[in-house]
Design a protein around this ligand. Structure first.
Ligand code: BTN
Length: 259
C-alpha cells in the first residue's frame, strides 16, 4: 500500500533539505494554503515553512481562477523570502522541480505549458501559483503554491475531465504522496540554492516548454492574441509573432495550443 500519511512528522522524517519543509503545518481540510502561508509569513515564519492541506475548499489558481483540490490531490504552499532579483525565476524553478519530481517518483515524463502548467500527454496534472508581497524593490515574502492531481480520477470531476489528468490516472495505480512532496521540497530547495549561488533555471525551463514554436491563442486580461509562440524572455514573458509580423510581449496570461 502507498504511504499517504501527510503529518508534519512524516514529511519531516528523512527529509534531506536544509530548510524547506523543516517546519510543516498540516490541515486535513482548509480554504487555501496560500492564505494560511501568507498569514504565517506576515508574522515572520521561518523561511521554508510549508503549509500542506489534505483538501482545499477554496483553492485558487492563476488569473483569479478556482483550483479544484479534492482528497487525493497535493496542495501545499512554501514560504520564501527571496531577493527581488529572483522573483521571475521562482515560477520557472517550481515548474521544473515539479517535472523533476514527477519523473523521479513515478517515471512519468511531463512538460511545461507557458508559463507554469505541468502537462502529461497534453493534459494538466499540476499548477503553480506564486504570490509575493513587494514594496518597492523589497520582497516581504513569496509564497509558492503547488496543486497536483495525484490520486483521484479526473473523470469524477466534469469541470476538469476534458483538460486534466492525474498521476494515478496515468499510472493506473496510486502514487505515494509523501514521497512526491518530499521530492518536490528537495528539488525546489536545490534549484533555489543554485539560483542564489549564481545559477540560472531559465534555459532548462525554456527548453521544457511545449509552447514554443506552436500556434497559440493567449488570453491576457481582457485581451486575446493569436500567433506563433516564438520565444520566452529571461523575465519569463512570452514573445508572440503575430500574423502581421509584429512581436507582442505577454507578461501573464493563459495559453491554448492551437495545433
Ligand atoms: C494554476 O494552475 O492556476 C495554479 C494552481 C495552484 C493551486 C495551488 S494548490 C496549493 C495552493 N493553494 C491554493 O489555493 N492554490 C495553490
Amino acid at each position: 500500500m502507498v504511504e499517504n500519511n501527510l503529518s508534519p512528522a512524516s514529511i519531516a522524517s528523512n527529509l534531506e533539505t536544509r530548510f524547506i519543509g523543516q517546519r510543516v503545518i498540516y490541515y486535513p481540510r482548509l480554504a487555501s494554503t496560500m492564505d494560511v502561508a501568507k498569514g504565517e509569513a506576515r508574522q515572520g515564519a521561518t523561511e521554508g515553512t510549508v503549509v500542506v492541506a489534505g483538501e482545499q475548499t477554496v483553492g485558487r489558481g492563476r488569473i483569479r481562477r478556482s483550483w479544484l483540490s479534492p482528497e487525493g490531490s497535493i496542495s501545499l504552499s512554501i514560504i520564501l523570502y527571496p531577493s527581488v532579483l529572483y522573483l521571475p525565476s521562482l515560477i520557472m524553478l517550481t515548474a521544473l522541480a515539479v517535472v523533476h519530481s514527477i519523473e523521479k517518483v513515478t517515471g512519468l515524463e511531463s512538460q511545461i505549458k507557458w508559463p507554469n502548467d505541468v502537462l502529461i500527454n497534453g493534459r494538466k496534472v499540476c499548477g503553480v501559483l506564486v504570490e509575493s508581497g513587494v514594496r518597492g524593490d523589497k520582497v516581504d515574502y513569496s509564497i509558492i503554491g503547488i496543486g497536483m492531481n495525484a490520486n483521484f480520477r479526473v473523470s469524477d470531476f466534469p469541470e476538469i475531465s476534458s483538460t486534466a489528468t492525474s498521476l494515478s490516472d496515468e499510472l493506473g495505480c496510486d502514487v505515494p504522496c509523501l514521497g512526491v512532496i518530499q521530492c518536490l521540497l528537495l528539488e525546489i530547495e536545490k534549484l533555489y540554492l543554485a539560483l542564489q549561488a549564481g545559477g540560472s533555471v531559465y534555459e532548462e525551463w525554456r527548453d521544457s516548454l511545449v509552447t514554443l514554436g506552436r500556434r497559440v491563442r493567449v488570453v491576457s486580461g481582457d485581451a486575446s492574441y493569436e500567433g506563433i509562440a516564438e520565444s520566452v524572455a529571461r523575465d519569463g514573458s512570452l514573445m508572440l509573432r503575430r500574423a502581421d509580423g509584429s512581436l507582442t510581449k505577454i507578461v501573464a496570461g493563459d495559453v491554448a495550443l492551437r495545433d
